[in-house]
Design a protein around this ligand. Structure first.
Ligand code: WQD
Length: 337
């Protein structure tokens, strides 16, 4: 079958495209390249072993998106397209609500027109906000602390309501914890625009000499070493979770939320020390004040993914650190020449 990936040229989208192709499906990518490089398309084809149909469009452009569905017999969609910088969302909430919710509604409308009823949504653990207890399962209270998180939460609700109105629609809401790492080939990886917001790409840029040192946001949290604890998951494990979710939509309908995490929490300094040990590189750092909105500890209960999707993470923290560095050292400036 042909699978449309909106935002498929991005970090998680590109890794998912490769795994979907390796599972025997065709891939069509619609991406406005606002946070991705067109160079990734040829690299996805190299790893996936067949042509990718790519369209540089804004998913909010209904006529353009409709045109993609008219050109290809799309059976399922994976929806990645959206703005995703937490800090930017606080500064520009209306742009975030307009872009992310408009993209979701436009996609659902075009899918309905073309009778496409299988959808995987790139949601996020950010919908849990600062959890009261860990591990976090899918029934944990929701409550976001930034507009980006609310757009994920609201998109989930829009999809749930669409499933109530159309009993043939199947939606899997994948709540990612902290995706890091890169394809083992080092051909694709994470290449954020500007100063990285997230921990691992910042570490990788320190390692390759693009940044002087890492700022550790707080060492006074109630954790084993005072730094924040997260559930880091290898991006290829995450990508394979999307293939499992696509398989699930073949014989199921309705909306299903599923955590994609490892169930293990690591601190910031755990990540730094593992990266240093595995790659033989020192990562200089300094302790900074806490970052507003950060949780002390969050990690997943991913048992539902195992039960319903027959999926679990296979790669460990050493794999994540090794594959991150393999990508960054072979692509010091990411996809830029
Ligand atoms: C991880 C830990 C920081 C950077 C975010 C989004 C979430 C999802 C994943 C999209 C925290 C610390 C970080 C740095 C640091 N993205 N840190 N120095 O905040 O858990 O989740 O990315 O869906 O929605 O909220 O990830 O990588 O930013 O932070 O000390 O330069 O690393 O305080 O403890 P986070 P992160």
């Amino acid at each position: 079958m042909n699978v449309l990936l909106t935002g498929g040229a991005g970090y998680i989208g590109s890794h998912t495209a490769v795994e979907i192709m390796r599972a025997g499906h065709g891939v069509v990518i619609a991406d406005d390249l606002s946070n991705a490089s067109e160079k990734v398309i040829e690299r996805i084809e190299k790893l996936g072993g067949k042509k990718v149909y790519f369209y540089k469009i804004d998913v909010c452009d209904k006529a353009a998106l409709d045109g993609v569905f008219a050109l290809h017999d799309i059976s399922a969609v994976v929806h990645f397209a959206g703005k995703k910088a937490v800090g930017e969302s606080v500064a520009q909430p209306l742009m975030y609500y307009r872009n992310n919710l408009d993209a979701t509604i436009t996609l659902l409308e075009v899918m309905q027109k073309h009778s496409v009823n299988r959808l995987i949504f790139s949601s996020s653990a950010t919908v849990y906000g600062i959890p009261k207890t860990v591990p976090v399962d899918e029934n944990a209270p929701r409550g976001c602390n930034n507009p980006y998180g609310w757009t994920k939460y609201m998109s989930e609700q829009i999809m749930r309501d669409a499933c109530e109105a159309n009993k043939d629609l199947a939606v899997v809401l994948l709540r990612y914890f902290n995706p890091i790492g890169a394809h083992e080939s080092g051909v694709i990886g994470e290449d954020p625009e500007g100063i990285p917001n997230n921990l691992m790409p910042f570490i990788a840029q320190v390692a390759v000499g693009r940044r002087e040192m890492l700022g550790v946001f707080g060492d006074d949290y109630p954790t084993h070493d005072g730094t924040g604890v997260r559930d880091y998951i290898h991006v290829v494990d995450l990508a394979q979770g999307h293939v499992a979710a696509l398989d699930y939509t073949e014989n199921n309908s309705g909306a299903l939320a599923v955590n994609l995490g490892t169930g293990r929490g690591y601190s910031v300094l755990d990540i730094v020390k593992t990266f240093e040990r595995v790659n033989g590189i020192e990562i200089p750092y300094r302790i900074m004040p806490r970052r507003a909105g950060d949780a002390a500890v969050i990690y997943a209960d991913s048992s539902l993914a195992k039960t319903l999707l027959n999926w679990e993470a296979k790669r460990d923290l050493e794999d994540m650190c090794r594959d991150t560095w393999n990508w960054q050292k072979n692509n010091p400036n990411g996809y830029r020449s």
